[in-house]
Design a protein around this ligand. Structure first.
Ligand code: SAM
Length: 244
């Protein structure tokens, strides 16, 4: 099986950062585990080494580096939740490079959570844990609601669904980061309406392209400024059926 490319210069140029040898080895191990896991369950269609590097590793880490610099203090015990993590993106690469952060990987599919459990033990990754459940329910649970410094969410739903899943989980002053491909003015309007009701404001919308295939990306950084009303998130299925 082919190995992942290292891309030291691109890491440096795009994120002002380079992985250590240990982190490079862990990225490689993660890649091999996902390719192996893909034979049993459908984890990802992105399997070619360069594409995997760009769309899973680089993209995951670029999102937590607004303005190409990692969020200050993210490695100092920050609580991070990845909502709808799937095969572990963006949460697993974040946990790998910030061993002092505490990363919760949430997904509603048991098979994916079981797979991630095997990855966590294979990589001896003890700053990450899994959580099986629906964001609509987890967001109403005392131990999770308004408990996280940062929530990340990629490819889970439209923008108001992502905002309704993520903002209730973020503490006041914390950040929800919505990873997107394209972005339009019309979406901007629905975002404003949604986040106003959820206690957030738009701090930054960043547009950039990926370094190998030059694909368009947008990351939305939402700052939580007031408590989310208890009526959000609404019940299972409602955010996607009737977006705010
Ligand atoms: N975030 C990953 C990525 O970008 O590669 C996976 C994206 S995958 C398209 C969407 C994932 O979100 C699936 O694994 C699905 O089980 C999960 N999901 C969808 N709705 C959810 C919900 N309401 N609560 C928790 N997980 C959810």
């Amino acid at each position: 099986m082919a190995n992942l490319p290292k891309m030291a210069e691109i890491w440096q140029k795009t994120l002002n950062w380079q992985p250590t040898n240990l982190q490079e080895n862990q990225f490689e191990q993660l890649y091999q585990l996902i390719i192996g896991g893909n034979r049993q369950i459908n984890l990802t269609r992105i399997t070619e080494p360069e594409e995997f590097w760009e769309k899973h590793l680089w993209d995951s880490l670029r999102g937590i580096a607004p303005k190409q610099i990692f969020i200050p203090g993210i490695d100092r015990g920050k609580r991070i939740i990845d909502i709808g993590t799937g095969a572990g993106f963006p949460g697993l690469p974040i946990a790998l490079i910030f061993p002092n952060s505490q990363v919760t990987l949430l997904d509603s599919t048991g098979k994916k959570i079981n797979f991630i459990e095997t990855v966590l033990s294979a990589l001896a990754l003890n700053n990450a844990k899994t959580l099986l459940g629906r964001a609509e329910e987890i967001g109403q649970q005392y131990e999770h609601r308004q408990n996280y410094d940062v929530a990340v969410i990629r490819a889970v739903g439209n923008v108001s669904v992502c905002a309704e899943y993520s903002l209730p989980l973020v503490r006041k002053g914390g950040l929800a980061i919505i990873y997107r491909g394209s972005w339009s003015e019309a979406e901007n309007e629905s975002l404003e309406t949604a986040i106003e009701q959820l206690g957030g404001v738009v701090e930054l919308i960043e547009e950039f392209s990926t370094p190998l295939s030059n694909s368009m990306r947008h990351c939305l950084y939402l700052r939580k400024v007031t408590n989310t009303p208890i009526s959000f998130p609404r019940g299972v299925g409602i955010p996607s059926q009737k977006p705010i």
